[in-house]
Structures are given as structure tokens and as C-alpha cells.
Design a protein around this ligand. Structure first.
Ligand SMILES: Nc1ncnc2c1ncn2[C@@H]1O[C@H](COP(=O)(O)OP(=O)(O)OP(=O)(O)O)[C@@H](O)[C@H]1O
Length: 911
């Protein structure tokens, strides 16, 4: 570069500084340049006597410098941290690759989650689910995504690693290679029960306030949002509060930058018209500089909106999960809630997934859509007031209010419509899920036509609801477009020209500079259009708010129901309110009403659920318990069994009735010894269909309430009681191991030091060992399948016995647990239970099971009566003898019936 060019460039830079911000750089060195520049900029901004143009430019340059340096620092730190972590990773894990190449077995168990002592959980989620799986046996290289696949033969998951480590098996046939298989660590804070108890009051209070019915800005909506905001942002120091503040900061920043751009735009037009090349170049340079923070701000606003929406979703979902899935069994009890028939609860899966997402997205977008124009309106109107005068700005706002009023009166009830559409969506989706779950049954029944009609009907309803939303929006969008796009722009031109017309009318100002007029017009027009845009966005958000009310209401209904059901005093749907209504209805229709009203009012004062439960009892004891179907009628509901009293074992040491802790888990690997010591006892519950046999199990398990005041249930601690339901349950997407050890997780299984050896032994005991022959070694334990469909009816029931053998509870309740099993296998399984000294209650309709039990409870199904007999006593033997006698009498009649049949057939052939 020649000296001449160098000199010219230096001059340009010096002139730029001099003209732009009045900074003389003659004697400044490169070292001191930044310090001097910053000091100069600050001096100009602070000084009241500095030139306004210089002041503006200084502000702009300073903001740009801050943004550029922030961007540079964050980029450098991001790159730096990445490089450092790569180095650490390289040094820390490179030995793995080396050892793998030497053929060492380094497969390690990696857990999917971990519980900390504080109650918090740490979960590991695979960031990249593409896993390469090489099977040397057939020499294939298969890049399959195993994360969600329903692979019945093999799935690469944590269990593969664990099995190899624990059993010590050296698997030389297989080699697993993770491609970018990073695990992301997620920290889930412990559940704070106090928060839920506190929130129950908040939800109850708002739920009871059913006063106003307007759709926009009515107190119910604001109250709901207010309560929900306490979940989304519990404190002002919360991460979400910080994100929200940051978003507001960027919104203000954006408006400020827009103002700057508007003025710059006017200046550039003026420079062009005036033919001032130097000023034009300077303004253009500023234009490009301002573009940097402006684009950064815009994308930051969008990013923050998305991030906030996701954070809200995480908070709400975790809040719901903690209530929905805990020991109080809200997921089961929800069916008894008095609002169980509402679409929100009927399709609770849809509510927890879709409604929460929609609500979070809508909240964040409504906030951005309102905050943006409001900030714009404040800033622009302050600026425009200088240009247009108070009257002009007042005119604009009058215009806004009129428009708002017109649009408001044409707004369709979008909240209600979108809520209906969401419900229809849930119904359609759920029906499909139900069909997939019961595909075999439907196929057997040849029920395709019925199912297709139902699916069609649900789909048409969904389409109708969606179309209805669009139809209702049509007129509104037309009016909205006409007013906001065209009328407002027209008015914008009028308002923008006001100052020019006014100044031209003033005497002595005729020769006002044309360029300045042009500049003012451009600035005013731009601001007016921005103002119109801000106003129209505000008007558009009327529609969004209306939609948000719908989502808020659905989410709020869901949370209210969850709080009701999760409450310790959940009344299983029996509300005092309903009872009152019931009482009043009776009052008008029948003459015996006053008594019922008094009865209900009395019940209102008493606890609806008045029974007592004693925990940690060394047995199962029911005393005077009425088995009542939970319903809105509470204790006046259908009584299946009256004043049931029984106990197993029959003799319990009264001094130490508290149960000892469950057997030492470490001893469980000692598989040659019987598990339990002491007496075993057994009770058989016999009775006709629907007589309430399973309901007894429900009460013992604590999932149905004891309504009557004098009812007392004494039950063992949770771990000592295992209830086997009538319908076998198999967890979805689990391995065979997961099914045997259910309800224990496989992480716990390995943590507690169990090995597959015990499972193999258990499968042999329940005669299911042949399943393991379906794969080499014990690999079948790792296979993932839809076990509900894979296992036969008898296999499923034997799997229940495998669960019993694994958990070794002291007490078992078996509800029709052997009705799909052959007689010889049934005999074997009951003898097995006796051999291992379990205490069990079996529910059945088959008297043939009597021989395996010590006690018999016969439920008659007749007015709730029952009989308890000790088997082996004279009374029981007489009862069995009576039954045998009855059967023999019926058998004697067989020949007579045959003769009658032959006679009828003969008569028919003659006809
Ligand atoms: N969640 C419920 N809501 C309403 N009614 C119920 C509910 N669960 C059970 N019932 C009713 O309670 C009655 C007794 O049911 P339960 O399951 O105890 O009968 P069961 O004696 O075990 O009959 P089965 O031998 O047919 O299994 C039935 O009439 C049933 O319809």
C-alpha cells in the first residue's frame, strides 16, 4: 500500500470521527483509542450543551458497541468452553477406545435415573438416539433407531450393559458403538408437599367464584391466570421471572431502535433530496451499524418467547405429574370426581399433553403480542406528541378505542370454540388409541364396521368443529383487515401530514425548507405506520386473548380436579353441594323429602368418608365395613355388602400386632429356603357375579373408601401386601424382566443386587421357564414386546404368580387369579403358595378352590349378606356336603331331562 493511499484512508477515518461525533483524533495512538472514544461518547451523551445530532449518534454508537462486544464475548466463551470440554473428553475417555480395541469387556451399566437423598432425581436422556448395533453372529451392520422401536427380539438399552456387568457374562458376539450418544443430565427438584397443600386453597377459591360470564378480561380469567402464574413463576428470583424481565428489556430496546430507525430513515431521504453525499454516507454507515443490535434484538425476543413457553410447559407438566402420579392415586380416583364426565378429564392424556402445550404457547405469544404494541404505543405517542401535538395523538387514541369497540363486538367466542375443537381432537385421538389397544378383540368380533362408523363420526365432529372456528373467523378477519390495514393507513397519512399543513398555513413560514418537510413527513409517516401496526397488533390480540381464555379454562379445570382428587379429604365425588340439590329436588317432587333434606344436611356436617384405617397391622382385618360403590351419593350409594367383619390370620398376637419389616432383601437370593416363617392362613371369597367380591379387595387395597363411621380396616404395611387384579397388567415397552419384577423398576432391581439367576429360578417355579428358550442364554429376559398381546391368558396369570414369588409379600390378594389356568396347574400354584407359607385371600366363583383355603367367606349378593366359615369345621363340611348333595340331586334328573329332550325332538320331526 503506497503512502498516498494510506494517508487518504487515515484522513477519511479522522474526518468521519470529526464530522460524526466531533472527536479530533490527530494525536491519538491506537492504544489509547478505545478509552478516548468511550470517554468522548459518554461526555457527549451526558452534556446538555452538545449538539443533538452528535448526541443521537453517540448514543447509537455506544449501544452498537455494547452489543458487538457482548456478542463477541459470548461467541469467544462458547467456542472456548467447547474446545476445553472436547479436550477433557478426549483425555478422560480415550482409554475406552484403546481398551475396546484390545477386546476388553468394558460394557458398563448406565442408569436412566437416580434418586438423591434429598428426594430430587437425576435423569439421563440420550441426546442422540442413533445407535449402531453390530451383531457378529450374522455379520450385519445395522443402524437402527432403537429408542422407540417395538423390537421383540432385542433392544439396545441400559439393561444390556447392566446384564453383562452383573452376570459377568463376556459377550464376545456383540459390539455396541454409540454415535454421538451423549447423555443429557436433567435435574428434577424434590416434590414440595406444602406447596400442593397451599395451592389447594387457591384453586378451590377461584373455582368457587362463578360470577361473571364475559369472555374478555373478566375476573374469572384474570383470577385463573393469577393462580397459574404462581406455578409458572413462584418467586421473582425464579429463572422464568428473569427470562420475562429480559424479554421486557429487549422489547423496550426494540421500540427504541425502531424510533431511531424511523428518524434515520427521514434523515437519509432528506440527505438524498438535498444531495448531501457526505451526510448521506455517514447516515448510511449508522444505518448498517444499527442493523446489528436491531436484528439481534428481534431474534432474542423470539428466542426468549419460545424458551419461556418451554419453561412454563416444564413447570406445569412437572407440577401435574407430581400430583397425578403419587401415592394418593389421583390417576385412579379421577374417575370418581364429580366432573369426571367433562371433556378435560375424560381425555386427560390430551389435556396433560396438548392443552398444556397450547396454553403455554398462547400465554407467551399473547404476552409478546400485547407487550410489544403497548411499549410501541407509549414510546411512539410520546415522540409523536412533539410532532403532531396533543390533539393529534388524542385523535389517534380515540380512533383506537372506536376500532377496539367495533372489533370487540364482532369477535366470535373463540375461547369456547377452541376448547370444543380441542375436546373433539382428544376424543378422536383417544378412540384410535383404544382401538390399537384392543385390536385383537375387535378382530375376533369382526367389529370393523362399528369401529369405522365411530371413527368416522368422531372425525367428522372434529372437522366440523375446526371448520366452525374458521367460519366464525371469516367475517371477523374481513372487518379486521378493512379497518386495521386500510382505514388506519389512510388515517396515518392524514395525521402525518397535519404538522406540514399546519406549518404551511402559518404566516411567514411559506418558504419552509422542502427537505425538512420531506424529512418530517417520512419520520411521521413511518411512526404513524408503526403506531398503526402496534394498534392493529393490539387489536389482533383481542382474538388471541379470547383463545387463551379457552386454554386457560381447560388447564385450570384440570388442575382444580387434580387438587380435589389429590386432597386427603377427597370425597370420591360426593359433594355436599350435590347432596343439597338432591335434597331440594326431592323436596319438590316427593312428600318424604324433608327427611331426606335433613339427612343430607346432616351428612354435610359429618365427614362424608368416616371409616378408619389402621396401617402396619400384622394381618388383614375388616370390622363392620360397608362395601359401598363410590358415587355422588356418598354413604347413601349402592351398598354391596353390609357390615363385613373378617380377619386373617385368625390369631394375631395382640401385643405385637405391628408387622415386622419385610424380609431382608439380601436373603432373597437364598433361593433354596422357603421365604416365610410362621403360620400361613388363607381365605376364599365365593359369590355370584357382581356381588362385590372384587370390591372387598378394592377396600383392602385402599382404593375405595370406607364410608361408615364404625368401619375399621387394619392392613399390613404397603410392602407386605400385594394385590393381583382380575385383569393382568403388563407395562408397555418393557422387557420380560420388567414384567416379572413389576412394580419394581429394573434400576432398583440391579441396585439392590438382584441377578437374573433369581428370575430364572422363579420362572422355573411357575413353570414358565420354556419362555427363556426363545432366545440364546437368558436374553429373552431383555426382549421388549407388547407382553399383553404376546403372552397367552394362562401365561399372564402365571406371570402374576411369578411377581408374587419375586416380591414375597406376607399377604396376597388374588382376584380370579387362576380362572384361565388348567386344573392341574392351579393345584400346583396354590400348593406352591402354601409351601412358601404365604397368607392369601382368593376371590373366585369356583367352590373347587375350597380345598386350598382355611376360611370361606360366602357373599350372597342378596341385600349385602355374607357368611364366614372356618373350613374343616362341622359347619363348613355340612355346607360343602349340602352343595354336593344339591349337585347330586341335579345329576339324578339328567336321565329324565334326556327323555324330555328326545320327546320334544320327535314331536318336532313329526311337524
Ligand atoms: N368404578 C365403578 N363405578 C360404578 N360401579 C362399579 C365400579 N366398580 C364396580 N362397580 C359395580 O360394583 C358391583 C360389584 O363389582 P365387583 O367387581 O366387586 O363384582 P364381583 O363380585 O367381583 O363380580 P365378578 O365375579 O363378576 O368379578 C358391580 O355391579 C359393578 O358394576
Amino acid at each position: 500500500m503506497t503512502d498516498d493511499v494510506k494517508q487518504k484512508l487515515t484522513n477519511v477515518v479522522l474526518e468521519l470521527h470529526q464530522n460524526c461525533i466531533g472527536l479530533k483524533l490527530r494525536d491519538v495512538t491506537l492504544k489509547t483509542y478505545t478509552r478516548i472514544l468511550l470517554r468522548h461518547l459518554l461526555t457527549i451523551i451526558k452534556s446538555p450543551i452538545s449538539h443533538p445530532r452528535h448526541k443521537r449518534r453517540a448514543q447509537l454508537i455506544l449501544v452498537s458497541l455494547v452489543f458487538v462486544s457482548l456478542g463477541a464475548v459470548s461467541t469467544v466463551s462458547y467456542i472456548g468452553s467447547n474446545v476445553v470440554s472436547k479436550f477433557i473428553h478426549f483425555y478422560k475417555y480415550s482409554w475406552r477406545d484403546q481398551s475396546r480395541s484390545k477386546g476388553l469387556n468394558l460394557l458398563r451399566r448406565s442408569r436412566s435415573q437416580m434418586s438423591l437423598k434429598t428426594g430430587a432425581r437425576i435423569m439421563y436422556i440420550k441426546e442422540e438416539s442413533n445407535v449402531k448395533f453390530r451383531n457378529d453372529r450374522d455379520g450385519k451392520l445395522d443402524g437402527t433407531n432403537y429408542s422407540h422401536g417395538k423390537d421383540t427380539t432385542r433392544q439396545l438399552n441400559n439393561r444390556d450393559f447392566s446384564r453383562n456387568l452383573i452376570s459377568g457374562a463376556k459377550d464376545t458376539n456383540e459390539d455396541f458403538t454409540k454415535i454421538n450418544g451423549k447423555n443429557k443430565k436433567i435435574y428434577i427438584p424434590p416434590k414440595n408437599n406444602d406447596v400442593y397443600e397451599h395451592d389447594k386453597f387457591l384453586f378451590k377459591n377461584v373455582d368457587l367464584e362463578k360470577t361473571k360470564t364475559s369472555t374478555l378480561f373478566y375476573s374469572k380469567f384474570l383470577n385463573q391466570i393469577n393462580v397459574l402464574s404462581k406455578i409458572l413463576m413462584p418467586t421473582i428470583f425464579d429463572k422464568n421471572s428473569f427470562l420475562l424481565t429480559l424479554q421486557i428489556f429487549f422489547l423496550v430496546m426494540r421500540t427504541w431502535l425502531s424510533l431511531f430507525v424511523a428518524r434515520l430513515d427521514g434523515q437519509i431521504v432528506r440527505d438524498i433530496i438535498a444531495g448531501d453525499a457526505r451526510k448521506f454516507m455517514i447516515d448510511l454507515l449508522i444505518w448498517f451499524l444499527i442493523a446489528l443490535p436491531a436484528s439481534y434484538t428481534n431474534s432474542a425476543i423470539k428466542f426468549l418467547q419460545r424458551k419461556l413457553s418451554l419453561n412454563f410447559r416444564v413447570k406445569l407438566t412437572r407440577y401435574i405429574h407430581d400430583m397425578y402420579l403419587d401415592k394418593r392415586l389421583a390417576f385412579y380416583k379421577l374417575i370418581f370426581d364429580n366432573k369426571a364426565s367433562s371433556s378435560v378429564l375424560k381425555n386427560i392424556d390430551n389435556s396433560i399433553t396438548n392443552d398444556i402445550t397450547r396454553f403455554c404457547d398462547a400465554t407467551c405469544s399473547v404476552f409478546a403480542n400485547i407487550a410489544k404494541p403497548v411499549i410501541d404505543l407509549i414510546f411512539f405517542s410520546v415522540y409523536l406528541r412533539d410532532n403532531l401535538g396533543t390533539l393529534g395523538v388524542a385523535g389517534i387514541f380515540v380512533n383506537y378505542f372506536i376500532t377496539g369497540y367495533i372489533l370487540r363486538s364482532y369477535t366470535p367466542p373463540l375461547g369456547k370454540l377452541s376448547s370444543e375443537s380441542s375436546a373433539a381432537d382428544g376424543n378422536y385421538y383417544n378412540y384410535h388409541v383404544n382401538m390399537i389397544n384392543n385390536n385383537e378383540e375387535i378382530a375376533f368380533y369382526q367389529g370393523t364396521d362399528v369401529e369405522r362408523n365411530k371413527v368416522k363420526q368422531l372425525y367428522e365432529t372434529l372437522m366440523d368443529k375446526m371448520l366452525n372456528v374458521s367460519k366464525r373467523k371469516f367475517n371477523y378477519t374481513m372487518i379486521e383487515d378493512y379497518i386495521l390495514k386500510y382505514t388506519w393507513s389512510g388515517l396515518g397519512y392524514i395525521f402525518a401530514s397535519i404538522p406540514i399543513i399546519m406549518s404551511s398555513m402559518k404566516p411567514g413560514k411559506e418558504n419552509r425548507n422542502e427537505q425538512n418537510n420531506m424529512k418530517d413527513f417520512i419520520v411521521n409517516k413511518r411512526l404513524m405506520l408503526s403506531l398503526a401496526d402496534a394498534g392493529s397488533r393490539l387489536m389482533h390480540s383481542i382474538k388471541d386473548i379470547s383463545q387463551l381464555t379457552g386454554y386457560t379454562n381447560r388447564v385450570f379445570t384440570l388442575l382444580c380436579a387434580l387438587h380435589r382428587v389429590h386432597s386427603e379429604n377427597f370425597s370420591y365425588g360426593a359433594t355436599t353441594e350435590f347432596m343439597q340439590i338432591l335434597g331440594e329436588e326431592n323436596n319438590t317432587t316427593t312428600s318424604t323429602t324433608n327427611t331426606s333434606l335433613i339427612k343430607y344436611k346432616k351428612q354435610e356436617k359429618e365427614d362424608i368418608i368416616a371409616g378408619t384405617i389402621q396401617h402396619n397391622f400384622n394381618g388383614i382385618r375388616l370390622e363392620n365395613i360397608d362395601i359401598i360403590i363410590p358415587s355422588v351419593r356418598g354413604k347413601d350409594g349402592i351398598k354391596l355388602i353390609k357390615k363385613l367383619t373378617l380377619q386373617i390370620p385368625t390369631h394375631i398376637d395382640p401385643i405385637s400386632s405391628r408387622a415386622p419389616s419385610i424380609q431382608d432383601l439380601a436373603a432373597m437370593n437364598d433361593i433354596t429356603m422357603p421365604f416365610l416363617t410362621g403360620d400361613n392362613s388363607s381365605l376364599l371369597i365365593l359369590g355370584p357375579n357382581s356381588s362385590g367380591k372384587s370390591s372387598i379387595a378394592r377396600v383392602i387395597a385402599g382404593i375405595w373408601p370406607i364410608y361408615n363411621k364404625y368401619g375399621l380396616l387394619s392392613r399390613p404395611d404397603e410392602k407386605s401386601l400385594l394385590c393381583i387384579p382380575q385383569k393382568p397388567y403388563f407395562s408397555r415397552g418393557g422387557t420380560l424382566r420388567d414384567q416379572i419384577i413389576y412394580p419394581m423398576s429394573s434400576d432398583d432391581f440391579f441396585d439392590k443386587g438382584f441377578s437374573d439367576k433369581i428370575l430364572v429360578w422363579i420362572l422355573t417355579e411357575v413353570r414358565l421357564e420354556y419362555l427363556l428358550k426363545r432366545d440364546v442364554g437368558w436374553k429373552y429376559l431383555d426382549s421388549v414386546a407388547d407382553w399383553k398381546d404376546v403372552l397367552s391368558g394362562g401365561e399372564k396369570q402365571r406371570m402374576n404368580f411369578a411377581r408374587v414369588m419375586f416380591h414375597k409379600p406376607k399377604f396376597i390378594i388374588l382376584d380370579e387369579a387362576t380362572n384361565a389356568i388348567s386344573v392341574d396347574m392351579e393345584d400346583y400354584l396354590f400348593n406352591m403358595l402354601k409351601r412358601y407359607r404365604f397368607n392369601f385371600i382368593s376371590i373366585s366363583q369356583r367352590p373347587s378352590l375350597i380345598k386350598y383355603h382355611d376360611l370361606l367367606l360366602e357373599v350372597t349378593g342378596n341385600e349385602g349378606t355374607w357368611q364366614l366359615k372356618t373350613l374343616g369345621t362341622d359347619e363348613a363340611i355340612t355346607s360343602i356336603d349340602n352343595e354336593i348333595e344339591g349337585l347330586q340331586k341335579r345329576l339324578e334328573k339328567v336321565n329324565q331331562w334326556k327323555l324330555e329332550r328326545d320327546h320334544i325332538q320327535q314331536t318336532l320331526s313329526v311337524i
